[in-house]
Design a protein around this ligand. Sequence first.
Ligand code: UDP
Length: 248
Amino acid sequence: MKHFTKVNILGINFLNITQQTFLNTLEQEINLHHNCFVVTANPEIVLLARKNHRYQQIINHADYVTADGIGIIKGAKILNQPLPERITGYDTMLNLLDFANRNHKKVYFLGAQPAVIKALIPIIQQKYPQLIIAGFHDGYFKDPQPILTEIKAAQPDIVFAALGFPKQEYFINQYREISNSLWMGVGGSFDVLAGKVKRAPQFWIKHHLEWLYRLIQEPSRFKRMLALPKYLILIYREKFARHKKRKA
Ligand code: UDP
């Protein structure tokens, strides 16, 4: 594991690096067959970790935790500990797929609904023909054993776990020792890559409105989106607490 400076935001330690440096680092980790756990954390993950100490420990014991989403970047700025840029799970996954394709790496795909993972595999084969598919499984299993047996036998270079948080982090934390792979939770990324949900067009991303685009697509996410204002209130509270401490 390489060491970089970190920025603590409400209890989670975020890597203070650019997307390019991060990608280079992960490529090295893969080439060296290091066992590596990557979390791209958004404000929802930060909030859950504040409530759930076990989850917080798991995240902070991951090898690399990056700022997924504008909320983390804004929070860091408000706390006067700026982070250079967002490093999202989806972009990191796409970059790693590209790397895997160029270098004939083996990848295991775990997660999403059965129909989504089934649709995803031919898309991967077509877009990344040199990548080796080590195996795949949907994310709605009761018994993880057959999946673990498959991963252990294949020893993939990368395991993407699209089980949503916190399930994917619990899963990786519990089972990562079975294979010296890069393990990464990618949330709803398989849904996007398989075309089930659309990612916001550049315009929306550029204007920091990706959240609004997602809300329009999936109105059922409304309750989840209340996490953002809640998170910002905590950020400001933290800012004033630090300010008071400095003055005292
Ligand atoms: N999922 C899964 N198993 C579960 C629960 C969820 O595979 O037991 C999948 C779900 O099908 C979806 C992803 O996990 O593909 C979670 O998507 P969401 O958009 O909620 O994740 P986010 O990117 O917001 O963390």
